[in-house]
Ligand binder design. Structure first.
Ligand code: IPD
Ligand code: CA
Ligand code: CA
Ligand code: CA
Length: 267
């Protein structure tokens, strides 16, 4: 097995155990408001520390970017680990059992490894560039749907950037003309993993951070799906505006999105 994948899996499982234990004992969770409606708990921080400790033991010189710690520059700036220790904190705080650990490894600007781990269901999603994507030991392949007809789509509301809410609602309105229904799961990493696993047929969201999407992005692409920004380009890790689906559904989503884009959402 790819040695970095091995370490990423070990780190994701360790963080997952911390999250699952914290979830069973909700009284041990402190919540602090970073911004309105944006929570962080002691478990987010403990999970991130555990991930960083495991990476540091094997790769002391790699650069690590974590949601809670920011950028920890290593001597080796070519290899970056991008960590979301707990994706879905609002769910976690509400005891809504849907959240994950997300770890991506980028080398020279290209994502090589992606791991998304759901500790509640013990589901481990992994991808290595050029080697495919898996859910536990089963290979993932996105279904080749023709169009949006009958599709179940996922999204997340831009609750941290409400200036984008009108555009978001317009886009949902346009998509639901053809699609069957929407899901809002509360974990972007799992939304992407679920596109790879055909549990939803497509996904879009405004304003994600790299740690939300870097691992899930590789999962979708290695399962044969497409990931783009809102103009069909590759700027989504920077802009945070993302579309993911099988090739023809992604194209159909992009066509529906275009008329509703404000200037700041055009990539
Ligand atoms: C959030 C989740 C959510 C998405 C937000 C993210 P967090 O991550 O992925 O689904 O809609 O934009 O910030 O803060 O729970 O790690
Ligand atoms: Ca957060
Ligand atoms: Ca996140
Ligand atoms: Ca998080």
């Amino acid at each position: 097995m790819n040695p970095m994948l091995n370490i990423a899996i070990r780190a994701a499982r360790r963080a997952g155990n911390i999250i699952a234990k914290g979830y069973e004992r909700p009284e041990s969770i402190e919540t602090a408001n970073k911004r309105p409606n944006d929570y962080v708990t002691n478990i987010d921080k403990a999970a991130e520390e555990a991930v960083i400790e495991i990476i540091r033991k094997s790769y002391p010189d790699h650069t690590i970017i974590g949601e809670e710690s920011g950028a920890l520059e290593g001597e080796n700036k070519n290899v970056q680990w991008i960590i979301d220790p707990l994706d879905g904190t609002t769910n976690f705080v509400k005891s809504f059992p849907h959240f994950a650990v997300s770890i991506a490894i980028r080398e020279n600007g290209r994502t090589e490894v992606g791991v998304v781990y759901d500790p509640i269901r013990n589901e481990l999603f992994t991808a290595v560039r050029g080697e495919g994507a898996k859910l536990n030991d089963t290979r993932l392949r996105v279904e080749n749907r023709r169009d949006l007809d009958g599709a179940i789509l996922a999204t997340g509301f831009p609750f941290k950037a409400k200036q984008h809410m009108p555009a978001h609602l317009n886009i949902i309105g346009a998509l639901i003309e053809d699609a069957a229904d929407f899901r809002r799961s509360g974990s972007a990493a799992l939304d992407l993993a679920y596109v790879a696993a055909n549990r939803v047929d497509g996904y879009f969201e405004i304003g994600l951070k790299p740690w939300d999407s870097a691992a899930g992005d590789l999962l979708v692409r290695e399962a044969g799906g497409i990931v783009t920004d809102f103009s069909g380009g590759h700027n989504y890790l920077k802009s945070g505006n993302i579309v993911a689906a099988s090739p023809r559904v992604a194209k159909a989503i992009l066509t529906k999105i275009q008329p509703h884009l404000t200037d700041t959402l055009k990539n």
